[in-house]
Design a protein around this ligand. Structure first.
Ligand code: ADP
Ligand code: MG
Length: 136
């Protein structure tokens, strides 16, 4: 499924739509260039899951964990990690069966045992973004 958004709020809305179908243990990979809107998408998803924390790109750690009502959300940004496959223990610290996980810059390969959905966001000129959600 591919949608075109023309404002950040619309990308948040797409994130919230995906989030409604998520349950603990689910992992969503979010790919796209710098500034494509990955964090924006995750922000919308987190809001829909009831997270009230500020959702921003984790800068000094590979991830952060937000507490929502009856759920935790792990938000990872693996931009600085060469290959997530090299960090299995690290990933497991964040991506637990009790949490919904979102992973920016997941990279190539199959480091994530269970992937619920893959989101690819592309620049489409100005504030336009193309968002493709793939579920296996
Ligand atoms: P990433 O995490 O992919 O690096 P961010 O979500 O942090 O990207 O930043 C996306 C930037 O692009 C934000 O400043 C946001 O306001 C802006 N933006 C403009 N139009 C859109 C859109 N249609 N969807 C998402 N973000 C948009
Ligand atoms: Mg980001």
């Amino acid at each position: 499924m591919t949608v075109l958004t023309t404002a950040a709020e619309q990308t948040e809305l797409e994130g919230s739509k995906l989030a409604r179908g998520l349950k603990p243990g689910d992992v969503v990979l979010v790919s796209g260039d710098l500034g494509a809107g990955k964090t924006t998408f995750v922000r919308g998803a987190c809001a829909a899951l009831g997270v009230t924390d500020v959702v921003s790109s984790p800068t000094y750690a590979i991830g952060q964990v937000y507490a929502g009502p009856g759920i935790e959300v792990a938000h990872l940004d693996l931009y600085r990690i060469e290959s997530a496959a090299h960090e299995p223990g690290l990933l497991e610290d964040y991506l637990t069966p009790e949490r919904v996980g979102f992973v920016e810059w997941p990279g190539e390969g199959d480091a994530f045992g269970r992937v619920t959905a893959t989101v690819r966001i592309s620049h489409a000129g100005g504030d336009r973004r193309e968002i493709e959600v793939t579920t296996p």
